[in-house]
Design a protein around this ligand. Sequence first.
Ligand code: ZN
Length: 183
Amino acid sequence: MILEIVTYGHPALRSKGKPVEKIDEHIRQLAEDMLDTMYENDGVGLAAQQVGLPLQMCVIDVSPVRDRPSTLWIDGKKVPIKKHMPLVLINPTIELLGESESGPEGCLSFPGISAEIARPSSVRVHAQDIEGRTISFEAAGLLSRAVQHEYDHLQGVLFIDRMTPEDRKALEPEIEKLRSSVT
Ligand code: ZN
């Protein structure tokens, strides 16, 4: 089922997600619906906050993107990305690794707005999957960026918070327009 994506101004986007305590049928259905919603909107990631539910849960799939490479390591070994997508990350924790690197970012909750965002180049992730199993991996490239962007959502942090002051200022009229359109 395709869910409605909430846009900037909706209070869920500024809410820290509650931990998912039980991975039951309801959570599995939500993960499936979030994936449907992400694909329908050509996104590479979607957090529960973006469908109005402040939970520690997000979905990611970078495999349709061809022009921005990603690297994935499991147990220190490089593994094929496609085999491991999509990712459903429940109650994730992350460690930021590597040098800061700038890259273009958008967000389904900010239609029409994008900017260069600086983030550490790689990330180590621990989370639960949809079966409740613990998963651990390291990521670089677009996948690292997507994980960090979605992890931010789970804390109520948005990519506009990470824009350079110049970009933020230049985009402020559009951001404000979006914010004020939410009733
Ligand atoms: Zn986003």
